[in-house]
Design a protein around this ligand. Structure first.
Ligand code: GAL
Length: 343
């Protein structure tokens, strides 16, 4: 009897130990397109997102998609939507294991006219740090449910994990602003990239020194080419911009362009994706490029693999950008780890 109890106790202990070690197992590799759990064991919920690297920690901000996906009755196109719940934040030391830091810009439920009301659209949030003011500044796409408002919104915080205080939304230089990102150059100047003019032309605008407002200095790029989902990085003195075509939640072919200066001329290189389903961006859409801290030549392209009829169940595709002397490519990998950047 005692032996049976002891054996039972041992078995329970072993099972607990196994469960504990599985729960806390550190993720070592990226598995593009597969469910990616946070350190609590819940699927990471940060879509259309971007990364801020600040004082040794990465922060991933994105759209927190919850609840049912609906196609509004009045829809004349596939504007599938979920109610706005806010912008989420996760933190990580290694870009692989992410801790949920909460909703850092929550929806405003009691005011139907507010930009952050659940009935509105809040997409593609990106956060940058202003070294002069010591503030964290979030830029995002703010829209009405039918996407006719076409504005940029700005929020501010004293800490990377919020809470962010929403300031307002506007059309930069009176131009429409939908898919968007922000980029901080080595000299501290920041720029807003957004699909404007009914998404036909991409505007790039220098921001004010405090990063809170657009200046009047802006350029029109890829005129009438309908590029969206901009993701920007700088390597070896040149600027690169990955974008998608304009087909709503459906995938299309990515394109990369290069420029000698942010407000200079952008030249299209072509589709950087290679391998399985490269002509459809692996069934995903660009959102951001993150540089691996402390490495010269290590960049990761972040894409969203949208599930348009159940948006909260959308996945992430993160892939290494392979930069060689005369080429730049984003090859498909079923799985990969940081060793790809070794040579
Ligand atoms: C895409 C855009 C997404 C979202 C979607 C709505 O073109 O990249 O961020 O706005 O349209 O249909």
């Amino acid at each position: 009897m005692t032996l049976r109890i002891n054996l039972l106790t041992l078995l329970v202990c072993c099972m607990n130990l196994f469960a504990f070690s599985t729960l806390h197992a550190q993720q070592q590799s990226f598995f593009p397109g597969k469910v990616w759990n946070d350190t609590d064991g819940n699927p990471i919920n940060a879509h259309g997102g971007g990364i801020l690297y600040h004082e040794g920690t990465y922060y991933w901000y994105g759209e927190y998609k919850k609840g049912e996906t609906v196609l509004p009755e009045w829809a004349t196109w596939e504007c599938y939507r979920t109610e706005v719940t806010g912008v989420s934040c996760y933190s990580s030391k290694d870009l692989l294991n992410w801790k949920f830091e909460g909703i850092v810009l929550p929806a405003v439920e009691n005011d139907p006219s507010h930009d952050l009301h659940p009935s509105k659209v809040v997409e593609r949030p990106k956060v940058i740090y202003n070294a002069r003011t010591g503030k964290f500044v979030m830029w995002m796409h703010i829209d009405s449910a039918d996407y006719t408002k076409a504005c940029a919104g700005v929020a501010i915080s004293d800490s990377p994990t919020g809470v962010f205080h929403y300031i307002h939304s506007f059309r930069p230089n009176n131009g429409m602003s939908r898919d968007q990102t922000v980029f901080v150059d080595d000299d501290g100047k920041a720029y807003h990239f957004s699909s404007s003019e009914e998404n036909a032309t991409l505007h790039i605008c220098l921001l004010s020194d405090d990063y809170l407002t657009p200046t009047q200095q802006f350029t029109r790029n890829f005129i009438e080419k309908s590029r969206e989902a901009p993701a920007v990085f700088k390597h070896d003195g040149k600027y690169y911009l990955i974008s998608s075509g304009c087909s709503g939640w459906d995938p299309n072919q990515a394109e990369i362009a290069v420029a000698d200066s942010v407000l200079g001329e952008w030249k299209v290189i072509g589709n950087p994706c290679t391998g399985l389903n490269a002509d459809k961006t692996f069934y995903a859409q660009s959102t951001y490029v993150v540089q691996v801290a402390g490495k010269e030549n290590a960049f990761i392209a972040m894409f969203d693999k949208w599930n348009k009829t159940d948006l909260k169940d959308s996945r992430y595709i993160w892939l290494p950008i392979i930069i060689k002397e005369n080429s730049i490519s984003i090859p498909w990998h079923e799985s990969w780890d940081m060793d790809v950047f070794k040579d």
